[in-house]
Design a binder for this molecule. Structure first.
Ligand SMILES: *[C@@H]1O[C@H](CO)[C@@H](O)[C@H](O)[C@H]1NC(C)=O
Ligand SMILES: *[C@@H]1O[C@H](CO)[C@@H](O)[C@H](O)[C@H]1NC(C)=O
Ligand SMILES: *[C@@H]1O[C@H](CO)[C@@H](O)[C@H](O)[C@H]1NC(C)=O
Ligand SMILES: *[C@@H]1O[C@H](CO)[C@@H](O)[C@H](O)[C@H]1NC(C)=O
Ligand SMILES: *[C@@H]1O[C@H](CO)[C@@H](O)[C@H](O)[C@H]1NC(C)=O
Length: 440
């Protein structure tokens, strides 16, 4: 075979694998370290995940930022956790393990870390070092949340990370580290979607907590993560410039709860949306968090007399007993979201979080919600991408969705090129490797 036909074949195969991976819905599972640290009460071990093979990606949540670099949140357990996560790859070699950095309340650290070129490069270099040291495949930036004034810095931080990852991959001939970021359900002023899209491998949209039990005014029961809200968030992000192939939608493995003003008194009446409440529901016996219940707690409640209903408007479920009320996702609503994500050629779905599923099988088979996700993903797509077969007909590229229009989104910060103030590549290279040498 001569060189030109070899090149042509390579291109064709590259195009083919791009197409198949675009159709392969990826399941990302957030795994909070505090779930693993919870020794006494309903302990969860990383090995519990192994038999399911239900997660394509596990995101370890979270490292915080300390002195401008990623740092463990709690003690030294993370070493053991990373080793155990890597053990999962023996049975599932294509499992991806990402480090989540940030989380709730991380806005201030991210803002200062991203505010100038030197601190961005210091952070990016330290991320490379951390990921390689613990054999992780990439990072998920969970900046909660960039202020409007920080939008440009947010994108610049992602740019620095991407450049550091590419540089390291080129230098070491290793596979480039992955970069994803997590964003709010609305396209707000803290983001420059078209810039973000240039640098990341994936964007996770927080498509839950549309309504909650926060605030001081009169509260009313409402839907946590209804399908119409989810669909609107995803569509807005696509219109703003993130391609479906980059986007994943979030599925909560918990419900939002309220304590009702009036006890339902075992009524046969439907106590649905908009019922007056005095505040958050009482925390569950496993998660002890006023205002939320894990799916495990909800399914156990259903077995012990709670009334369950489906809200047709949102395609989600709710349940109540006495003066307690919860809005949550079950296998039916999850199936609707997963199938829709697939129909939109989205990158995937992510779950918050794997420790909240019925992982010990208190109500039936273990991990029922994860299983519902897997079941909803169309098997033909999965089989095809898992075992790519070059003898398949090469799909016609026009079957992919056309690029979304950006007409409906007019960012106030019509950004110039973000590269302008960045230091030269030579400086970045020097800094990166000086830093790597220092740490290793
Ligand atoms: C840190 O982990 C230990 C157990 O490993 C746990 O007892 C403690 O509550 C954790 N602290 C935080 C802040 O999560
Ligand atoms: C890495 O190599 C690729 C391919 O040769 C090149 O396009 C890219 O610019 C390089 N990246 C960096 C940061 O040097
Ligand atoms: C609910 O309780 C309040 C007092 O807390 C009472 O004034 C109101 O009439 C009750 N509403 C119903 C429908 O029972
Ligand atoms: C509802 O019924 C259960 C079981 O029959 C009972 O224990 C509970 O006290 C009742 N609640 C009210 C408010 O009547
Ligand atoms: C949770 O709710 C219970 C009962 O309403 C209350 O006693 C407790 O202080 C609340 N816990 C927190 C952390 O707010």
């Amino acid at each position: 075979m001569d060189m030109s036909s070899f090149a042509w074949l390579s291109l064709l195969l590259a195009e083919f694998s791009r197409w198949t991976s675009a159709g392969d819905l990826r399941v990302q599972c957030y795994l909070p370290e505090w779930t693993l640290s919870n020794e006494g009460n309903n302990p969860f071990r990383i090995s519990d995940i192994a038999p399911t093979k239900a997660c394509d990606v596990i995101i370890y949540a979270f490292f915080k930022i300390e002195d401008g670099v990623p740092a463990p949140t709690n003690g030294s357990k993370y070493r053991q956790h990373f080793a155990q996560l890597n053990d999962l790859k023996e049975a599932q070699p294509d499992l991806e393990i990402l480090l989540g950095v940030g989380g709730w309340g991380s806005g201030k650290e991210f803002a200062s870390t991203s505010s100038n070129p030197a601190s961005r490069i210091k952070f990016a270099s330290a991320v490379v070092t951390t990921l390689r040291r613990w054999s992780l495949d990439g990072v998920n930036i969970d900046w909660q949340f960039p202020e409007p004034a920080g939008a440009r810095d947010h994108a610049l931080l992602l740019q620095s990370l991407r450049e550091a990852f590419e540089l390291e991959a080129n230098k070491t001939q290793r596979e480039r580290l992955k970069l994803t970021t997590t964003v709010t359900q609305t396209v707000r002023l803290g983001y420059l979607p078209k810039e973000i899209a240039k640098y990341v491998d994936g964007v996770n949209v927080l498509t839950y907590d549309y309504k909650g039990n926060w605030g001081s005014t009169v509260q009313k029961t409402a839907v946590n993560a209804g399908f119409p809200d989810v669909r609107k968030s995803v569509t807005d992000w696509i219109n703003a410039g993130i391609t479906p192939a980059e986007l994943s939608l979030g599925i909560p493995f918990y419900g939002r709860t309220w304590t009702l003003t009036n006890d339902t008194g075992n009524t046969t009446r439907d106590v649905g949306m908009g019922h007056e409440a005095i505040g958050p529901g009482v925390g569950g016996f496993l998660t002890y968090d006023n205002g939320t219940l894990s799916y495990t707690e909800i399914c156990i409640n259903l077995k012990t007399g709670w009334t369950r209903k489906t809200d047709p408007a949102s395609s989600t479920s709710y349940a109540y007993s006495g003066n307690q009320w919860v809005s949550y996702d079950d296998d039916d609503s999850i199936s609707i979201k997963v199938k829709w994500a697939e129909s939109q050629n989205m990158k995937g779905v992510f779950i918050w979080h794997i420790g909240l599923d019925d992982r010990q099988g208190a109500c039936g088979p273990k991990f029922p919600l994860l299983a519902a996700i897997r079941k909803a993903i169309s098997p033909s797509t999965k089989a095809m991408s898992k075992t790519p077969n070059p003898t398949f007909d090469i799909p016609v590229p026009s079957t992919r969705p056309s690029p979304p229009s950006s007409a409906s989104y007019n960012p106030v910060h019509t950004s110039s090129s973000l590269g302008r103030n960045e230091p030269s590549k030579a400086i970045l290279i020097g800094f990166l490797f000086a830093f790597v040498n220092l740490i290793c």
